[in-house]
Ligand binder design. Structure first.
Ligand code: ADP
Length: 162
């Protein structure tokens, strides 16, 4: 069985991430969305919120699971018997950044990284823009999966009056 890990911060999960996972399922039997816990990088959304969002998006999928991890991605990937790492690419800057990481990961673990180019309409979508919009009480719903739109709106509305 082919099993890929899709690692990231997912702070928060966006339509771009959702699209990569859904298309990745045409290639891999199972995808593990792995939320990296980085003690030096405090995100906007708690790990529990991020996991809850992702669970809501993929609640109908039995070939997608969700985990958290800390430490090296390749160590965790091996621990949970993944055969590949899955990543999304938006721009040439993403490519340059990802290339070195993928090559080092391959050297360290033997695990290959599979890249999917993002859909054209998702090129400008990233979690930090969503965080900025939410932080200022704006409506970022078009950038997040349908299953979490209402919840994100509520969070953003709560910020409006701060
Ligand atoms: P990281 O902090 O590891 O970059 P992210 O949560 O930002 O984590 O992204 C996780 C993965 O999703 C990365 O491979 C990233 O390139 C990809 N990704 C992010 N945004 C998009 C998007 N709009 N379309 C396709 N892939 C994306």
């Amino acid at each position: 069985m082919s099993k890929a890990i899709f690692p990231g911060s997912f702070d928060p999960f966006t339509v771009g991430h959702e699209n990569i996972v859904i298309r990745g399922l045409n290639i891999f039997d199972h995808i593990v969305i792995a939320v990296g816990i980085n003690s030096e990088k405090r995100g906007m959304f708690t790990i529990e919120q991020r996991l809850d969002f992702i669970h809501k998006v993929f609640k109908e999928y039995d070939n997608v699971s969700i985990e958290t991890y800390s430490g090296l991605t390749v160590d965790f990937a091996k621990e949970i018997q993944c055969t590949h790492i899955l990543r999304g690419l938006r721009t040439s800057a993403d490519f340059e950044f990802e290339r070195a990481i993928a090559q080092v990961n391959k050297q360290m673990s033997g695990l290959d990284t599979a890249f999917l180019l993002c859909s054209p309409e998702h090129t400008p979508v990233n979690s930090s823009i969503v965080r900025d919009i939410v932080a200022h009480g704006g409506d970022a719903s078009m950038y997040v999966p349908a299953a979490i739109r209402e919840e994100l709106k509520k969070i953003a509305n709560g910020r409006k009056h701060l």
